[in-house]
Ligand binder design. Sequence first.
Ligand code: ZN
Length: 233
Amino acid sequence: MAMKIRTFTVGMFQVNTYLLTDEATGQSAILDTGEDDELLERLARFEASEGSLDVRMILLTHTHIDHAGALSLLQERFDVPTYCPAADRPLYETLPMQGTMFGMPHLDRPKGRVDHWIEDGAEIQLGETTLRFLSTPGHTPGQGCYYTDEDILVGDTLFQGSIGRTDFPLSDPKLAVESLRRLLALPGHLRVHSGHGPVTTLDRELRTNPFLAYLRRERGIDGPPGIRWAPGT
Ligand SMILES: [Zn+2]
């Protein structure tokens, strides 16, 4: 049995949030939240047409406002264990002010609750599906990915044809260089579900993404010359 992935693109940042369902048991996880109540409305409509959800957990890829800003709203409806990358804790603490920091004070709200601060290599059981956690810091101190044998949810680590910004206050391009190296060492067939934009695969990005030219050179893979965006690339 597999894990079903449904995508809800929400809010002014058009962030991809995900409903992950273990098909063997019907248990679900919500991954990332959007910055307002749109995901809650979308899930309510989904339940009205498809039946009620058995949500067992909330997973966060990182704690920028568009990915985690609505956590407290979501937890009012789904009071379930919530997992967050441990190294993102300093950024999580700023969540109640991130609206103001990004020039949108109306989005400020109390941060939600994190129950499990997770580290690289953590395994999370969703029904019969095991989700593994890969820490890929750079975009944020804790930015991370959750993956199975078929799919990987990468937050803002990697996009189709691009990567997450590394010029935010807590970003670190040097860490991103190494994180992408580790991410692209995973099996190439993995379907990549990003925090923004369309689905791709690791192999397709390794061959074509202009920000990954340094990995192509290291590994002797033909492809476009690409962009030098940090030392070592
Ligand atoms: Zn982000």
